[in-house]
Each structure stands twice: as C-alpha cells, then as structure tokens.
Design a binder for this molecule. Sequence first.
Ligand SMILES: C[S@@+](CC[C@H](N)C(=O)[O-])C[C@H]1O[C@@H](n2cnc3c(N)ncnc32)[C@H](O)[C@@H]1O
Length: 279
Amino acid sequence: MAEFHDLAELALNRDGQSWGNLGYWHTANDYSDACRALAQLLGDQAGLGEQSVLLDAGFGCGDQLLLWLEHFGVARVRGANLSSSQTVYAKTKLAKVGFKDAAAAIMRGDINDPEVWWLALQGDRPSHIVALDCAYHFPSRPDFVGLARQHLAPSGRLALTDFLLADQHNTGSFVHRLLRWMLRRSHIAEANIVHRDHYRRQLQESGFSDIRIIDVSEHVMPGFARFVRKLRRGHSVADTGKNLGWSGQIKYRVTGRFLEWAYRRSILRYCLITATKTV
Ligand SMILES: C[S@@+](CC[C@H](N)C(=O)[O-])C[C@H]1O[C@@H](n2cnc3c(N)ncnc32)[C@H](O)[C@@H]1O
C-alpha cells in the first residue's frame, strides 16, 4: 500500500540530501539548506551536545540523524519513524558514511505505540527527545508527550517544531471548518492543533516545566510557500531539475497555498517548543 510519508521529497533536494520538512528560510535560498537550518535551530534549542543520548521521533530519511551525530557530536541516537521506505533509506544513508551502530539503532514504528519506545530505546533513558516537523502528524501529540515524560532521563529535554493555532483564531468560525477539512486531507489529527495556552497546559500537566514556545512562522510558512510557487512551471523542480510528477506537484502546491493562507489570515503558527522533564 502507498505510504503518505514516502520518498517524494527527494525531488525537492539537492543531490545527496533528503530532507522533508517545511524549512527555515531566514537566510537559506534552497530547500535542502532551509530544512537543515530548521533542524539546526531545533538542535540548538534542545541544547544537544557530546553527552546527549537522543531519541528522534520521525527522523525522515535520516539527514537530521547525521546532523545530530556529526555537527552536534551526540553520544548516541535512537529513533522511530512510521514510514518504511524512509526508514530503509535512512539506515542505508547512515551505514554508507560509517554510522553502522546508529543505522542499527533506528527502526520503523509508530511513536504513539508504547511497545515501540521499549524496542527503540533498548534500555536507554534519553537525555533528549526531538520531533522535527512531525508531532502534528502523530495520532495523538498529548500521548506522545506522556510517553516522552515516561522515558526521558531526570531533567531530560523535549524539543519539537510544531503547528499551533494563532492566539486570535476562533474555533467557532467558518474559517475553522475549512481548516479542519485541510487537516483531515493532510493526515493531521484535529485534536493536535490547539492554542498556545492549551499546548503549554498539556506539557505542564504531563510533567514538564521551563516551557518555551518561540514563534518562527514568518521564516517558515511564507518561505515554503514561495519555494513551492517556483515548482509551477512544468513537472521539474526549478532548483534541482528533478521530476516531481503530477501528484507531487499537486500535493506541494496545495500545501504551499494552504500555509500562505493560514499564515496571512493568522490561523496557524509554526513554533519551536522546548520543555524540561520536571523531576
Ligand atoms: C514532514 S515529515 C518530516 C521528516 C523529517 N523530520 C525532516 O525534517 O526531514 C514527518 C515525519 O514524521 C514521520 N511520522 C509521522 N507519523 C509518525 C508516527 N506516528 N510515528 C513515527 N513517525 C511518524 C513521517 O514518517 C515523516 O518522516
């Protein structure tokens, strides 16, 4: 059966790169650089370093695992990704550049499944758990946060990039009905998308403190929309010359338009979130 999260994003990337997030477009001009910049920002905010034992939830095709290992020099990575094709790709990518242990330590699995955590962690208590541009796709973000709390080492850190409802957005409005339709189409559970206060409360109630929510929408949502507008001529991606096919074209064009609309109308916000496990 076709997967919703597959290898389609390879066409958006330069050769050798395989990112699949919305990107941080503050200074980046190309998709791979923008995606790496978003990952770098998350790693910085998480405070990754040489002592870190990291669980990566939704690691995509593995580029971010290399960033954690090579740039941040983390001691160990573990990870789970729902997508089979991406997990195989990531394992091959890591093994090719010599990270054989890391390749063996990542697995296919649904991060909302408690069993997957035991299998993925193999007895480790991670100092850090990251979810780069994917928590909104999880079946339940609160359940994910609860599992993160359960498995993190004392004072461990959780770091995510995620969508929130803009403060002024009214959930009783017609616009909200449109948003709900779009979320369903994008495989996003409606209950995952909440206002900032609600999000903060969920983290507090799950046993997290020192919660920081930084709004980075202006460097994410319009940047991705601008990038996608460049895909319009023909099938191939302007920056890479690679073929996206019709379904890929439509998927990204619809996503780009939607993000532009949700940003301009102050419906959604894209944020960097960090929290520390309360001892
Ligand atoms: C938008 S992509 C981001 C990929 C990658 N983090 C990146 O930045 O390139 C979302 C990722 O979340 C993963 N994902 C979605 N639902 C998941 C779940 N329930 N458990 C684990 N991974 C999941 C997808 O397979 C995909 O790799």
